[in-house]
Design a protein around this ligand. Structure first.
Ligand code: ADP
Ligand code: MG
Length: 346
């Protein structure tokens, strides 16, 4: 028997979904993008689903349920924005074990409600079942495609500029802080009143980025207002390197990214130093940023420069050149690797 770990998540998805013949003209885009796209009455509709499992995606020791509800909704909306669209409806399915109280579920739903209110989305249904293995959440968002159709991962062209919104690595370091305090807490004698209290001072932004992320609706609106339509787009959920490789693979191209152009917040840099981590590695491989990564034609250079909170980090190249990171001071070029979460902690 072949263990799943020998394939990895993406090779597994490729294997399971290989050669799925399209049986309906209403299916425009299937597996392989941030959203599937279906078309009814001449209008393209975006669909995306995500599953969150206790112990894998969240730890109830340090995750307030209201935040969890908010985040679960927002990460789904992020995939709709990554297709250039607007989320409109949400379906929420939950698996519950006996530890979860009614009050906790009220909290979870207060977070879901707040996210739906903030992003203008209707919660229209779902499913509720019991679970033997903790809390599980499965959310499906439905959205409207932008004018001109969904923006896919596959449209990047040679010489396009590679852009990223916001900053990277903050959520990863927020998680490191929470994990560190959890360890301190586990080792603390509860009768000891002098025991250390959690020390998050100066790092509130990092905690917020991990516990209560926002999807970049504002960037989609700003780009549309500026008349800029990305040639390709993806949201950064698994880390910049991983998403760049997805975008390059789907677009049959390579890229050159400049380490010194990576957008990093001051708190991220300071915290990485405290943990003795390389901050660029955190920005490249830390997950859960939910920023947007997109490409635009080189000719738009000046107009992109005018957009607040968007940075050009490199450019698209021919596929044979590969996906490369140019290290600080142009010292060397190294191949980008989808190292995922673990590598950053080493
Ligand atoms: P994202 O990070 O944007 O949520 P994923 O990496 O989870 O995207 O998924 C990549 C693509 O693979 C998406 O198009 C998704 O719909 C598809 N996919 C993931 N898991 C499965 C599965 N078990 N069966 C079919 N398609 C899947
Ligand atoms: Mg995505």
């Amino acid at each position: 028997m072949t263990p799943i770990s020998s394939l990895g998540e993406f090779a597994l998805i490729d294997r399971l979904t290989a050669a799925l013949p399209k049986q309906n003209d209403t299916t425009l885009v299937g597996v392989g993008d941030d959203c599937a796209v279906v078309c009814y009455g001449g209008k393209p509709v975006l669909l995306t689903t995500d599953m969150l499992l206790e112990g894998i995606h969240f730890d109830l020791v340090y995750t307030p349920l209201k935040h969890l509800g908010y985040k679960a909704a927002v990460v789904n909306f992020s995939d709709i924005y990554a297709s250039g669209g607007t989320p409109r409806q949400l379906l929420v399915s939950i698996g519950l074990d006996h530890r979860i109280s009614v009050e906790s579920l009220d909290e979870l739903y207060s977070g879901l409600r707040l996210a739906c209110k903030n992003y203008g989305v209707d919660l229209i249904g779902g499913d509720t079942t019991s679970s033997l293995t903790g809390l599980s959440l499965s959310l499906t968002a439905i959205g409207e495609a932008p004018e001109g159709g969904a923006i896919l991962r596959s449209g990047a062209k040679d010489t396009d500029l590679v852009c990223v919104s916001g900053n990277l690595g903050a959520a990863y370091l927020g998680l490191q802080l929470l994990e560190r305090e959890k360890k301190v807490f586990n080792n603390t004698n509860l009768n000891d009143e002098t025991a250390a209290q959690p020390d998050f001072s100066g790092y509130d932004y990092l905690l917020e980025r991990f516990l209560k992320p926002e999807a970049r609706q504002d960037i989609i609106v700003t780009l549309a207002q500026a008349g800029l339509r990305p040639t390709a787009m993806i949201d950064i959920s698994d880390g910049l390197s991983s998403e760049l490789l997805h975008l390059c693979k789907a677009s049959h191209c390579g890229c050159r990214i400049y380490e010194e152009r990576l957008p990093i917040d001051y708190q991220t840099a300071r915290c990485a130093e405290e943990f003795n981590l390389n901050v660029s590695t955190c920005a490249l491989n830390g997950g859960e940023d939910y920023e947007l990564l997109f490409t635009l034609p080189l000719a738009e250079h000046e107009r992109i420069a005018e957009i607040a909170d968007v940075r050009i980090i490199g450019h698209i190249t021919r596929p044979e050149l590969g996906a490369l990171l140019v290290t600080r001071g142009e010292a060397e070029e190294v191949a980008l690797k989808a190292q995922g979460w673990q590598a950053c902690a080493n």
